[in-house]
Design a protein around this ligand. Sequence first.
Ligand code: GLU
Length: 466
Amino acid sequence: MVVKTRFAPSPTGYLHVGGARTALFSWLYARHCGGKFVLRIEDTDRERSTQPAIDAILESMQWLKLTWDEGPYYQTKRFDRYQEVIDQLLAEGKAYKCYCTKERLEKMRADQMARGEKPRYDGHCRDSQAEHSPDEPYVVRFKNPSEGVVAFDDLVKGHIEFANSELDDFIIQRSDGTPTYNFCVVVDDADMGITHVIRGDDHVNNTPKQINLYHALGVPVPVFCHVAMILGDDGTKLSKRHGAVSVMQYREDGYLPEALVNYLVRLGWAHGDQEIFSVPEMIEYFSLDAISKSASSFNTKKLDWLNAHYMKTLPVEEVAAELTWHLKRIGIDPAAGPDPKLVVKCYAERTHTLKEMAQKAACYYQDITAYDPAGVKKWIKEGSVDILQAALEVLTAAPAWEAQPLDEALSELSKRLEVGMGKVGQPLRIALTGSAMSPGIGDTLVLCGRERSLARIAAAIAHFKA
Ligand code: GLU
């Protein structure tokens, strides 16, 4: 059997971390088994589904590198197929048209509640022989078995049983002709050959209805794996209150996709006490039976720690590619300054996120507009202008614009002038970057580039002289 999993988001908003974790688990399981991963957009709710949400989901999946083998399929493009199956179920007597009016249903519900019963459709039209005119509105209901139980062995939750007497003859087609979620999902998963349905445990209660439908259609029932939800660090359901929840917000905040994926895989899944997983390792070790039964809570500190780890350890080109996105995002032309790879080499240890790295590196791509007053107060003293002047001469004469010889030349200068290196380096940093905090002075000069460095030192001399 070829394992086939899917991620089936409803595009009613951005992709949040809970959805991304579901997508990751489905993707990992398919990759672990050498199977296939399908992306399906469940956009039948036309009022709540939007194109920006679809775009955000696709963009997030791509950024996380959760590649799909099939799709994206769109449910709105499959209406003919759903109609075909509805007609088939009607013809086979496995579904029926229900003409009950809203008023009747409301009264039925109120009466059931008054009797202390769980409200459910009473089957009024199920066996009715009443004649109806063709223009009378109706919905199509699935004829749920009235007796027995529906049971399944969930890979996370274990054995689950529901009495059929508890289940409704649920609507599979609304009066406007649109099919409903519980119906489409079964037709799709069956048509697409999905073997393992991995999804959030908010769908557990839908599963028995869906299983009955699989049986009615005479198609194999997939394996179900309902993953517990993600809580915020205060133990309540993760929401916007806890800060970023959308995948793209994490990108904007400067996290690497590798860090977020590594973070997400550990939300509800473990392999011994290992915390850091490369993607090939995740694929190798991932298994559904190691998914935790209990909810997991979000811990931003751990994500920060993973991000710092990946900023330092991923191939520089990969981090630089992400940095380039951030530079452009804050209006910087990456061609107007140093190779972003050099920025990553000099700043990976000095910053926590790529957003911060882009902000710190902006001075190498754009004019500096001000000198940090605290740095100036601390480091620009009497004599600083003379030191800057001497440094300018040394640097103008430097044969090679590389970090090490530049560092050496300035260190010689500090000896010659009999001042500490700080009195040379700090005014230079202020001149070059506007702030007294930057990488090693040789690196800072290289990041700025020869011409820009010399011009900035000259400008600082003029500024501080005045
Ligand atoms: N479209 C459903 C949702 O976004 C998921 C359906 C499923 O995974 O079965 O909640």
